[in-house]
Design a protein around this ligand. Structure first.
Ligand SMILES: Nc1ncnc2c1ncn2[C@@H]1O[C@H](COP(=O)(O)OP(=O)(O)O)[C@@H](O)[C@H]1O
Ligand SMILES: [Mg+2]
Length: 239
């Protein structure tokens, strides 16, 4: 039996009078990558922030079949971790210190064990341990943001456009790491404008348009959907 890890039902979010997420329902099973794709302004970030609890929303969110805790802190403690679109690194601190900070809820022994694993997974960060985060390339910054998130040993990783602004080869590196994380048991909710790349690693996907889910299905069904191909994947400059 596969049970839902995260189950969002009829989620609505308004900014002032504008309802920008208009009754979205989304479900993800444990150990999967679910992607939310859609154009700029579709409401993807807003939906992700509602899942994390950083903005208020209406509707219901179940985590492991139970109502999700209300506060961001309680969600973090129960295994949520958000990597926001603006990576929000501490640019005047070293790579190492940024990573250490991600483990603030963990014991010293757990931090040592997890950071050793992370430096194996991200050799470029190991080489740059003493470098200031602000001097890293875009791809290295995204890797650092991911590594810092992983220090909390999340069960549910919420990723907002990890491919944004990165060269295709770096995007491929990042997404390979994301799919390895899924294989190691982390569940991932992946928001992406780069539909083609996201559908390559996802298990299931939702297409959002103007605050609503327009299409959903297995990642391979979506990747082979002619209408979606045309609007999001078909053009030479897609993504
Ligand atoms: N803090 C905010 N205040 C008012 N409007 C916002 C705010 N954040 C986002 N919006 C609007 O909500 C809509 C959805 O935005 P967003 O969730 O960022 O979309 P996406 O991540 O898909 O690009 C957009 O029209 C955007 O302008
Ligand atoms: Mg966004």
């Amino acid at each position: 039996m596969t049970s839902s890890l995260l189950d969002m039902k009829d989620i609505r979010v308004s900014y002032g009078h504008a309802e920008v997420v208009q009754g979205v329902s989304l479900t993800m099973t444990s150990g999967s990558i679910v992607t939310v794709i859609g154009a700029n302004g579709a409401g993807k970030t807003t939906l992700l922030n509602a899942a994390m609890g950083v903005i208020p929303s209406s509707g219901t969110i179940l985590y492991d079949g139970k109502p999700v805790p209300g506060s961001v802190e309680a969600r973090v403690a129960s295994g949520f971790c958000l990597v926001p679109e603006r990576r929000e690194l501490f640019s005047t601190m070293t790579v190492e210190d940024n990573i250490e900070l991600g483990g603030f809820l963990r014991s010293r022994a757990e931090r040592a064990e997890t950071s050793a694993e992370l430096y194996e997974r991200f050799p470029r960060l190991a080489e740059r341990r003493k470098q200031l985060a602000g001097t890293l390339s875009g791809g290295e910054r995204q890797m650092l943001a991911l590594a810092r998130a992983l220090m909390s040993r999340p069960r549910l990783l919420l990723l907002d456009e990890p491919s944004l602004g990165l060269a295709p080869r770096i995007v491929a590196d990042i997404l390979r790491i994301v799919s390895e994380l899924r294989d190691s048991g982390v569940s991932i909710l992946l928001v992406e404008q780069n539909a083609r790349a996201a559908l390559e690693i996802a298990d299931f996907g939702y297409l959002m348009e103007l605050g609503e889910v327009k299409l959903s299905g297995t990642a391979s069904d979506l990747a082979n959907n002619p209408a979606l191909m045309e609007s999001y994947l078909g053009t030479a400059n897609a993504g």
